[in-house]
Design a protein around this ligand. Structure first.
Ligand SMILES: NC(=O)c1ccc[n+]([C@@H]2O[C@H](COP(=O)([O-])OP(=O)(O)OC[C@H]3O[C@@H](n4cnc5c(N)ncnc54)[C@H](O)[C@@H]3O)[C@@H](O)[C@H]2O)c1
Ligand SMILES: [Zn+2]
Ligand SMILES: [Zn+2]
Length: 361
């Protein structure tokens, strides 16, 4: 059976989003059909619209989602019909060279649904990050479903499916932030503020929020940052050094992903410190750094794909911390909107008005 459902599509580079009827097949081997409950609006969806990710239009957007499994393929055992799940874009294969080294968080062969969802005329859709959850139903690989408790707000925990996990993981998993560390986070959108939350969980004692938008800095200060730096007004490198006894931070997280923010991160960290790039650059961006500074400053320059998370390990753990009151996921849900409101949510994200708009179906 094919399901006809409403979904948010972008047909060409910079084309306006359209609400369309799409066709979703029943799950085959290794697949699960999921009735979407909530889907957060992540900056990466906007990158897809703007052509920053690939040219495989039309895209079915949305990838930060919760849902209820409504069908499974014949061989699927990790989830059952009726399970509440967070969707993930890291269904690890267990057999690639990363998995065989015991580093499944880098899995180079993650699974997505094999069958294609299409437009009504049969045109195949490219689901954002292999998910495509601005839709009433979507088809994923069963491993993309992580079962979680049902007695929590779906809109809040669904954010763990992408941006919030990426931010928390950038601090905890990639940056290896530890007790007493100093951390600076450049860019305080959903991802950056999640990196601040992750740094708090890890026991960092100096947490510096940097943004060009004072509203985001104020929000960051209310959600765990100990200091704020407006980089429209101050040189962030100088400011971060001044707040860390002249040294620079142990870990600097670039949650913007532009040449200028990466360069700031590079120079704002202490000697032998760590830079974590979690913001996603676009294909045209380049950086130039004196090689002697790369050598002379030591430490590590790391990138954080999805916060180096393992969904089956990290989602249930973070849902537990949320239920215990140690991780305030509710604070990330600025507004709840409908499926037809995603373009407007992009505009609000661009205008700096929201941390996360969450589409609720
Ligand atoms: N690595 C991953 O796995 C992963 C996962 C999800 C999102 N991302 C990426 O993370 C980035 C942030 O996503 P988001 O959803 O938080 O976006 P967002 O638009 O909500 O937030 C971006 C923030 O950066 C600030 N900013 C912009 N330019 C700046 C500058 N020059 N200096 C300082 N601050 C600046 C903005 O004011 C805003 O507060 C995006 O590039 C997104 O694609 C990466
Ligand atoms: Zn693998
Ligand atoms: Zn995302």
């Amino acid at each position: 059976m094919v399901h006809r459902v409403q979904a948010v599509v972008v047909r060409a580079k910079n084309a306006p989003l359209t609400l369309e009827t799409i066709l979703v097949p029943d799950p085959g081997p290794g697949e699960a059909l999921v009735d979407i409950l909530t889907c957060g609006v992540c900056h990466t969806d906007l990158h897809y619209q703007q052509g920053g990710i690939s040219d495989s239009y039309p895209f079915l957007l949305g990838h930060e989602a919760t849902g209820v499994v409504s069908g499974i393929g014949p061989d699927v055992t990790n989830v059952a019909v009726g399970d509440r799940v967070i969707l993930n874009w890291r269904a690890v294969c267990g057999d690639c060279r990363a998995c065989r080294r015991g580093e499944a968080q880098y899995c180079f062969n993650t699974a997505n649904a094999t069958q294609k969802m299409t437009l009504e005329d049969g045109t195949e859709l490219s689901p954002a990050l292999g998910i495509g959850a601005f839709a009433e139903k979507t088809l994923v690989a069963a491993g993309q479903c992580t079962k979680v408790d049902e007695d929590v707000d779906a809109a809040a925990v669904g954010l763990l499916g992408c941006g919030i996990m990426a931010g928390i993981g950038a601090a905890i998993n990639t940056g290896n932030v530890g007790r007493g560390d100093s951390v600076a986070v450049i860019g305080c959108g959903g991802v950056g503020i999640a990196a601040i939350a992750g740094s708090t969980l890890a026991g960092a004692t100096t947490i510096i929020a940097v943004d060009i938008d004072q509203r985001k800095i104020d929000l960051a200060l209310s959600l765990g940052a100990t200091h704020g730096v407006n980089s429209r007004e101050l040189d962030p490198v100088e400011a971060i050094r001044a707040l860390t006894e002249g040294n620079g931070a142990n870990v600097v997280i670039d949650a913007v992903g532009r040449p200028e923010t990466y360069t700031q991160a590079f120079y704002a960290r202490d000697l032998a410190g760590t830079v974590v790039l979690v913001g996603v650059p676009t294909p045209d961006m380049k950086i130039e750094l004196p090689l002697l500074d790369v050598f002379g400053r030591g430490g590590s320059l790391k990138s954080s794909w999805y916060g180096d998370c393992l969904p089956s390990r990290d989602f249930p753990m973070l849902v537990s911390l949320y239920k215990q009151g140690s991780l305030d996921l509710d604070a990330f849900v600025t507004e709840r909107v409908g499926l037809g409101d995603v373009q407007e949510a992009f505009d609000k994200m661009h205008g700096g008005a929201v941390l996360r708009s969450v589409v609720v179906l």
